[in-house]
Design a protein around this ligand. Structure first.
Ligand SMILES: *Cc1c(COP(=O)(O)O)cnc(C)c1O
Length: 452
């Protein structure tokens, strides 16, 4: 089955205090044009680049005007903890890239993960999650949200339909997975996972950080909410932390009103507004997340970071193909080298996720490659020390290539047995290929292996 047809063109939404949906003027244009132009259309004489509205607050002529904003009755800005025009401009661009109806920026990817889930999953509720997800998201669900009374069932991304169905409970409110998982590099069968979520009346939330909308748009395969750590490829230069949540506007909260009372019954903290009634299916979820979660938790992105993020977005369509081409070339070099025990990259024929990669990421996945050096932990460390161009860093997905040995850094506290359970073997090295010349990266990897 092909991509789900989007009934309505992508639209943008000024997220707060009142969400109103505006036609995306780039909806008929290509994804690269959207990277450049979506979200901001200056009038004659206005700045060509998006203005940085570096202001915490906004001035009004009458108390009544401001009161209407606090009642969610009028559109406008009053305090940048809730919403800021620069941030909304960039969120609108990301909504257009993903094909969604509304979006919000957050101060980090972690804040976006938390808001996206907590907006609809609370105390006494249950979440189904893929087990191969980013370590930070795993901790958020398994430890911190557990302390808030949320139960999570982790299941393999390869679960059969029967195994998926068996994970649901009457109090399940959402399903979560990553398009291309960090660092496991599994590819989520989005269409099948979305179908399972919808069979049980709940939305599928997909972290699309590694694929980006250039290489996969999860809404076209039935996902309902998309989450990004914009810190990674979207910024792309290792310059600004950030996150983003996008709503497809396709999930019908009112058809499962009993499961989502926060969206379908009055919010007493806003004089009884019902989000689905006031803001429609396209705006309810993001307006609630802005009006409640940003108000109360305040993980807002700085407008200056949003400006930097927008610069990154302007070249996302040019950078992603190079990241993927470099990832592919380095994966092929590794796979052919006698010093290498195994390689994981969805673009390698023979990789367990090659078929799903061809389906969901036909133009390439990302620049991240995981592999094992022969000789275990010690050889992995020596390999990294031998690299000249590729730097040792706790980062992925930026213009400069970098690498990390999880067993001695991010997963350092675990012994070899625990590492195996987490899918991180002692010899695993993760390389994030940047956008340097392919031949230089391949030569660096090759010489570092040969000198082992
Ligand atoms: C980095 C990352 C996050 C967390 O994002 P931050 O911006 O570092 O908070 C979440 N999910 C994935 C897949 C990531 O790679």
């Amino acid at each position: 089955m092909g991509p789900v047809h989007m009934a309505e063109p992508a639209r943008r939404c000024r997220t707060a205090p009142v969400c109103f949906l505006v036609m995306d003027t780039t909806s008929n244009l290509g994804i690269g044009t959207k990277c450049i132009l979506a979200g901001y259309t200056p009038a004659s004489g206005e700045p060509r680049q998006i203005p940085i509205i570096q202001s915490t607050t906004f001035k009004y002529d009458s108390g009544d005007q401001l009161g209407a904003l606090f009642n969610l009755e009028a559109a406008g800005y009053f305090y940048s903890r809730l919403a800021n025009p620069t941030n909304d401009t960039v969120a609108a661009k990301i909504a257009a890239l993903e094909g969604g109806t509304a979006a919000m920026l957050t101060g980090s990817g972690q804040a976006a993960e938390f808001y996206a889930v907590f907006n609809i999953v609370g105390q006494g509720d249950h979440l189904v999650s893929s087990s191969t997800i980013y370590g930070g998201s795993y901790n958020l669900f398994a430890v911190t949200m557990a302390r808030m009374g949320v139960e999570v069932t982790f299941i393999s991304p390869d679960s059969t339909d029967e195994e998926l169905d068996a994970a649901f409970r009457p109090n399940t409110k959402a399903v979560f997975g990553e398009t291309v998982a960090n660092p496991a590099l599994t590819v989520l069968d989005i269409e099948r996972w979305a179908a399972a979520a919808h069979r049980h009346g709940v939305p599928l939330l997909v972290d699309n950080t590694f694929a980006t909308p250039i290489h996969c748009r999860p809404f076209e395969w039935g996902a309902d909410i998309v989450i990004h750590s914009t810190t990674k490829y979207m910024d792309g230069h290792g310059a600004a932390l950030g996150g983003c949540i996008v709503d497809s506007g396709q999930f019908d909260w009112t058809a499962h009103a009993d499961k989502f009372p926060g969206l379908t019954t009055p919010d007493e903290s806003y004089h009884g507004v019902v989000y689905t009634e006031r803001f429609g299916l396209g705006g309810a979820y993001i307006t609630k997340a802005t009006a409640q979660l940003m108000r109360d938790f305040g993980s807002s992105q700085s407008p200056f970071n949003a400006y930097i993020l927008n610069l990154g977005l302007e070249s996302l369509h040019l950078r992603m193909p190079r990241h993927a081409a470099n990832g592919q070339a380095v994966a092929e070099c590794l796979a052919a080298h006698p010093q290498v025990a195994w390689v994981r990259y969805p673009g390698l024929p023979g990789d367990p996720y090659y078929a799903l990669g061809q389906k969901y990421l036909p133009q390439g996945s990302c620049g991240v490659v995981s592999f094992g050096v022969k000789g275990g932990r010690d050889a992995a460390q020596r390999f990294m020390g031998n690299l000249d161009l590729i730097a040792i860093e706790t980062h992925v997905a930026d213009a400069r290539s970098c690498c990390l040995h999880p067993a001695s850094t991010t997963h350092r506290q675990m012994n070899d047995e625990q590492l195996a359970a987490a899918g991180v073997s002692p010899e695993l090295v993760r390389i994030s290929c940047g956008i340097e010349d392919t031949a230089d990266l391949v030569a660096d990897v090759d010489q570092a292996l040969t000198r082992l």
